[in-house]
Design a binder for this molecule. Structure first.
Ligand SMILES: NC(=O)c1ccc[n+]([C@@H]2O[C@H](COP(=O)([O-])OP(=O)(O)OC[C@H]3O[C@@H](n4cnc5c(N)ncnc54)[C@H](OP(=O)(O)O)[C@@H]3O)[C@@H](O)[C@H]2O)c1
Length: 310
């Protein structure tokens, strides 16, 4: 229970902080913008703002989020296998068993935990591949260290989120010698429907996000060359379709879990608000950077991130 509450608290706090950062000029200018957005957003006006804004790392370090998340997902998967096959607790399961308790840990079934962990590991694997082989990050693009730490924490939280609220059903808190997890329980029709719909939406959004990342990667012949206006696939009607796909991926994982997984619900809210804030800045960046050329490419205009909404 404690780890679940801690992760939900952190995700809610981050969401509130990112909203505050958007509204409070000091943080909006020193912490919020990253990558290409740094060129068009307001600059800090105070010496403290300047000092805070200089704490940056290369934006290409985004790849670390997926590499660390992937390593953690594999470690967690191995511990789940160890527990179910050999009735042994690995280091994370042992710490949970000793320091936490099983309240709130039985809302997700064993099957839901496994499907969510497999899908999220696939997501991380694809993002590792894209970061290493598809994307061509610019050497100049930087992000604030707070973004970097948030990203590492977010993907860690999501990996834990795939199974933590079903930890009791995975046998984490049971007497391991009597570990008699009932995997023969009949799966109900509503569960089959939501799992099928969740998986299909996940694959659909994954496919489009991959295409969009491919389009962005192909805009640069070499690592480090400049920016262009992306076109094709969902870029024709949305400014940042890869962000929309991210939101759809977390929506799919929530559908899969019947919106009963609090960590994933908080993850979806964080992703939607955080990416919507960045999307609005990105639209302004395109308009300021490309002016009339941008208007001519999309004479009918585009949705910023959420079709028919924003
Ligand atoms: N779940 C979350 O909370 C969360 C938060 C942030 C990001 N994400 C996901 O992570 C992925 C990457 O996010 P991001 O914010 O880094 O996206 P981004 O700013 O659009 O950048 C993605 C890549 O495309 C390049 N790029 C972007 N616009 C370009 C243009 N007009 N011309 C040429 N190259 C361009 C970037 O180069 P530079 O190296 O120059 O930037 C970078 O290598 C997205 O799919 C997003 O959904 C998720």
């Amino acid at each position: 229970m404690y780890l679940i509450l801690f992760l939900c608290f952190c995700l809610c706090a981050l969401t509130i902080l990112s909203l505050l950062a958007k509204w409070i000029q000091f943080f909006r200018t020193s912490v919020l913008p990253y990558g290409k957005l740094n060129t068009t957003t307001e600059k800090p006006t105070s010496p403290l703002g300047h000092w805070l804004a200089q704490w940056t790392v290369p934006k290409a370090w985004f790849a670390h989020f997926y590499l660390v998340g992937f390593a953690l997902a594999i470690e967690n998967a191995l511990e789940i296998i160890l527990l179910s096959k050999y009735q042994l607790r690995g280091p994370i399961m042992s710490l949970l068993y000793m320091l936490d308790n099983e309240t709130l840990s039985d809302t997700m079934s064993r099957q839901d935990c496994l499907v969510a962990l497999i899908l999220f590991t696939l997501h991380l694997t694809r993002r590792v591949y894209e970061s290493l082989y598809i994307e061509r990050p610019s050497q100049q693009a930087r992000m604030h260290i707070s973004h970097y730490l948030t990203g590492l924490g977010f993907y860690g939280a999501m990996v834990f989120g795939t199974w933590l609220e079903g930890a009791a059903n995975l046998g984490v808190y049971g007497d391991i010698s009597n570990n008699n997890i009932d995997s023969s329980k009949q799966v109900s029709i509503p569960t089959i429907v939501r799992t099928t719909f969740g998986v299909l939406l996940f694959l659909y959004a994954t496919n489009h996000q991959h295409t969009c990342h491919h389009i962005l990667g192909s805009l640069r012949k070499n690592i480090g060359s400049g920016y262009q206006i992306p076109q094709g696939d969902w870029f024709e009607w949305i400014v940042v379709p890869h962000y929309l796909c991210d939101i759809l991926i977390y929506l799919a994982l929530n559908i899969l879990n019947g919106f009963k997984n609090w960590i994933f619900v908080c993850g979806l809210i964080w992703t939607t608000i955080n990416l919507t804030i960045t999307a609005s800045e990105t639209k302004i960046w395109y308009q300021k950077t490309f002016g009339d050329e941008y208007k001519k490419k999309f004479p009918k205009g585009r949705w910023i991130i959420l079709p028919w909404v924003y």
